[in-house]
Design a protein around this ligand. Structure first.
Ligand code: HEM
Length: 417
């Protein structure tokens, strides 16, 4: 499946995405990859890594690049690749998680994306503003006198799951469970795919599937103004089947949950590391939208995705055979000095800021308006209500892995006005 690899192609740059050093600061590695130029072969994943903005955006916009192997590999090849990556023997995970709108291409992808696209337009998402504000206000009321909080666990972790849950039609009291399912399922996507993680991912997928099936039956009897009811109609109209119904619900939750928590955490951390930027935002709250975009660029919470080419392609003067797998390092591209002036500076007024944190091309993130609205409301409210915010732990620990970026915890001291 892969272009022949010479020793020249092997990474001379130390690339250890599971190491604590990489978790602490991946940017020197990303810089080394960009500086070397071209694409680099990473044997552990049998993948060619693209790190420069120009290469990553070219691959993402290229119609010959797809996410799924379906049209380019035989069933035996797919089975072999699944075994090699320990993706096999997880019946519900492969049925509802490994297959989804995100992991489909062409006509199937278009059909599935069309069913949900209209619910994620800026106008539809803007209607959620008051609901989100009310929820965030209540959350801050409950934390205001605590003095010290873990910004990740006490605040960030509560908002996206709750809002996406409401959008889907999950009752408020069940929303905390969504976080547990989503984290346990998503964990398996990273480099460490042990059997233990695999068992947890499969069990949680099954529980989530059973929960969604029960909720679907309830909505079939009494529809509401929610996404589940819209998808029930789509299934009735023959626009999706029962498995696609479940996988779409799961994707919407999982794509937007952990990622928003992570960028809330890293965004808060960035404001605290660069106090002059926090002061600037306090002085000029209208900068919130560019500030949020900069948080996505500066610490992209989903820094790594992949594509396969469906025919031979030429990149940087070399030909890659049909079926070659490419790694898109969005996190590295977003710090490329050829694209961004002062790329390593956190600048809340940066404009233009055409980053790749939400991907690009046909798979461009559906939830980007929602994620940005959550961030806008949370940071605006926080700065308005708390004149004093300080970092307690100077070096918060970041999650390990290539596919995620965000602090595990972020202890901060807050004092209300
Ligand atoms: C911090 C927030 C988020 C980030 C950084 C993010 C990032 C991304 C990226 C990079 C992709 C494209 C993947 C690729 O290139 O292969 C994507 C796709 C997607 N995202 Fe997001 N996302 C976020 C939040 C959300 C939210 C809140 C939702 C929904 C509630 C969501 C739903 C989706 C869906 C459904 C897709 C698949 C689109 C398709 O394949 O056509 N995302 N996201």
């Amino acid at each position: 499946m892969t272009e022949s690899v010479s020793t020249r192609d092997q990474l001379e740059v130390t690339f250890a995405p599971l190491s604590p050093d990489f978790a602490r600061d991946p940017y020197p590695t990303y810089k080394a990859l960009r500086d070397k130029g071209g694409l680099h072969y990473f044997e552990d994943f049998d993948i060619w890594l693209a790190s420069r903005f120009e290469d990553v955006s070219a691959i993402v916009m290229d119609k010959r690049m797809v996410r799924s192997l379906e049209d380019i590999a035989t069933a035996e090849e797919i089975a072999r690749i699944q075994r090699a990556g320990n993706w096999h023997d997880m019946p519900n995970h492969s049925r509802f998680v490994q297959f989804s709108l995100l992991d489909s291409d062409g006509a199937v992808h278009d059909r599935l994306r069309r069913q949900v696209f209209k619910l994620f337009t800026p106008a539809m998402i803007a209607k959620l503003r008051d609901q989100i504000q009310t929820y965030v206000d209540k959350l801050f009321d409950s934390l205001a006198d605590r003095g010290q909080i873990d910004f990740v666990d006490d605040l960030a972790a509560h908002v996206p799951g709750h809002i996406i849950g409401r959008l889907l039609g999950v009752p408020d009291e069940d929303c905390p469970q969504l976080r547990i399912w989503s984290e346990n399922i998503v964990q398996f996507f990273d480099v460490d795919r042990s059997n233990e993680r695999k068992r947890i991912a499969e069990t949680n997928t099954t529980e989530f599937y059973e929960y969604l099936t029960a909720l679907k039956h309830e909505r079939e009897r009494s529809p509401k103004d929610d996404l589940i009811s819209v998808l029930i109609e789509a299934e009735r109209a023959g626009a999706m089947n029962a498995d696609e119904f479940i996988s779409t619900c799961m994707l919407i939750l999982m794509a937007g949950h952990g990622s928003t928590i992570d960028v809330l955490g890293s965004g808060m951390h960035a404001l605290l590391r660069f106090p002059e930027q926090m002061a600037r935002l306090r002085q000029d709250p209208a900068l919130i939208q560019t500030a949020v975009q900069e948080m996505f660029r500066y610490e992209s919470p989903l820094p790594f995705f992949h594509r396969h080419c469906i025919e031979d392609v030429e990149i940087g003067g070399r030909t890659f055979a049909r079926g070659t797998k490419f790694g898109l390092l969005y996190g590295a591209a977003n710090r490329d000095p050829k694209q961004f002036e002062n790329a390593d500076a956190f600048d809340i007024g940066r404009s233009p800021n055409r980053h790749l944190a939400f991907g690009g091309g046909v798979h461009f993130c559906l939830g980007n308006h929602l994620a940005r609205l959550d961030m806008d409301i949370i940071f605006s409210t926080l700065l308005r209500r708390f004149p004093t915010i300080a970092l307690v732990d100077e070096q918060p620990e970041y999650k390990r892995g290539l596919s995620v970026r965000g602090p595990k915890k972020l202890q901060i001291a807050i004092r209300p006005a």
